[in-house]
Design a protein around this ligand. Structure first.
Ligand SMILES: [Zn+2]
Length: 153
C-alpha cells in the first residue's frame, strides 16, 4: 500500500501487486526495471506479459530507455519461446496502448505469445478463444521458458 501511495495510485493495480510480490505469478524473467510472467488467461500456452515495474499506464509515458528495454526483454522472451519445449513455430508481440486498442489493465504490458500452424488463435484477439489454465500448467510452461532463457545465456 505504501508503494502504491508513493506512486499516487490509491487503487491496487494488479501488475504492481505482482511486481511487489503481493500476488502469485509464474515469473519467467525479472530485472531491476521489468518483470515477465505468464498471463492467467493465455491466448496460447506460454503467453507471457512483459511489464515495467514502474506504474505507467501508457508506453508513451515510459522513458525511451525503459521502452527500449521493454522491447529488448520481449525479444528475449521470443527467443526463449522459440527455443523452449512449448509448441512454437512463431511469436506474436502485441502492445495495446489504450482501452480502444484493447488495453485491459491500466499498466503498460506487452503480450508475447507462441504461434504454431493450426493453432486456434487466427489473427484476431478475442477473450472468448482464450484457454483456461491452472497454476500447475502455468508453472510447467514457466519452467520451460526459464530453462530456455538460461540456455540462451
Ligand atoms: Zn501498476
Amino acid at each position: 500500500m505504501i508503494a502504491n501511495n508513493i506512486r499516487g495510485n490509491m487503487n491496487m493495480c494488479v501488475f504492481c501487486m505482482i511486481a511487489n510480490g503481493e500476488l502469485p505469478a509464474s515469473i519467467v524473467y525479472e530485472d531491476e526495471r521489468v518483470i515477465a510472467f505468464l498471463d492467467l488467461q493465455p491466448f496460447t500456452m506460454g503467453h507471457v506479459l512483459v511489464v515495467p515495474k514502474e506504474h505507467v499506464v501508457s508506453i508513451t509515458d515510459l522513458s525511451n530507455e525503459d521502452a527500449g528495454h521493454l522491447m529488448q526483454v520481449g525479444q528475449l522472451i521470443d527467443r526463449a519461446l522459440q527455443n523452449s519445449e512449448i509448441p512454437c513455430d512463431g511469436v506474436n508481440i502485441i502492445l495495446a496502448d489504450g482501452k480502444s486498442a484493447g488495453q485491459d489493465v491500466d499498466h503498460v504490458h506487452m503480450h508475447v505469445f507462441p504461434r504454431f500452424t493450426g493453432d486456434h488463435f487466427g489473427t484476431c484477439i478475442d477473450a472468448n478463444i482464450r484457454l483456461t489454465a491452472n497454476r500447475d500448467q502455468l508453472e510447467g510452461a514457466a519452467a520451460k521458458i526459464r530453462t530456455a532463457i538460461e540456455n540462451l545465456n
